[in-house]
Design a protein. Sequence first.
Length: 239
Amino acid sequence: MAGHSKWHNIRHKKNAKDAQRGKLFMKLAKEIYVAAKEGGADMETNSALRLAVDKAKSNNMPNDNIERAINKATGNLDGANYEEFTYEGYGPGGIAVMVDVLTDNKNRTASEVRHAFNKNNGNLGENGCVSFMFHRKGYIAIERDQIENDEEEFMLEAIEAGSEEIETSDEVFELFTEPEDFEAVRNTMKEQYSLAAAELTMVADTYTPIPNEHEEDMDHLINMLEDLDDVQEVHHNMQ
C-alpha cells in the first residue's frame, strides 16, 4: 500500500465539505438510511448503522438529521428507496477508479457518472474491470500531535489492537485493518486518541504515478464525481 494518498484525499474532501455542508449531510443521511434499511434501527446489533452514525457525528451532523434518516428507513417517515451501486472505469493516464453511489434513479446516476468520465478523458468500464486492484480495508487516521508517547510505543499499541499495517507521514499515522477487525481497533484507539478519520473503505493494492499532462484532468474527474449528489465515495490508485 506504500505510496497511497488516502490522507491527502480525506483532508482535501474535508476542506471541500466545509464549504458544502448541506450536500455532505445529505450523503451521510443516505448512508444511514441504507444501513438502517438493511440491518434495522438498533445500533447495538447493526454495526453498519453504528459506523454510519459515528461518521455523521464526526462531521457534526445534527441529531435530528440522523434520527430522520433512520425513521425514513424503518418506515416511520415516507422517503425515497435508495440502491447501492459501484461503477468502475479508468481515468486519464490509465488510473483505476471506483465510484460508490446511493441512488433512487439508476439511469440518472449512470448518465452523470459516464459524463464525468467522458468529459475528463476517462472511460467508464464494465463491472470488474478495476475492482480486482482494490481490497476492502478498515482505515483509521490519527494526527501526529495526538501522539504524546514515543512513536514505537504507539505503533506497538496499534499492532496489539489489531492493525495489520501502519503508515506515517509528517501529519498523520494511518492504520489499516482487515474489515472484521476494524471496529475493535477503532474502539481501542478511540479510548486514547481523537481519530481524524475512521471508515471502511477500498484500498488499492498498488498505486500508479500519473503523467503531468493528465494530472489536472484526473483532479477534475475526482472533483466532478464527488460533487454528484448520488456519489458517496470515489476510490482510485493514483499516487
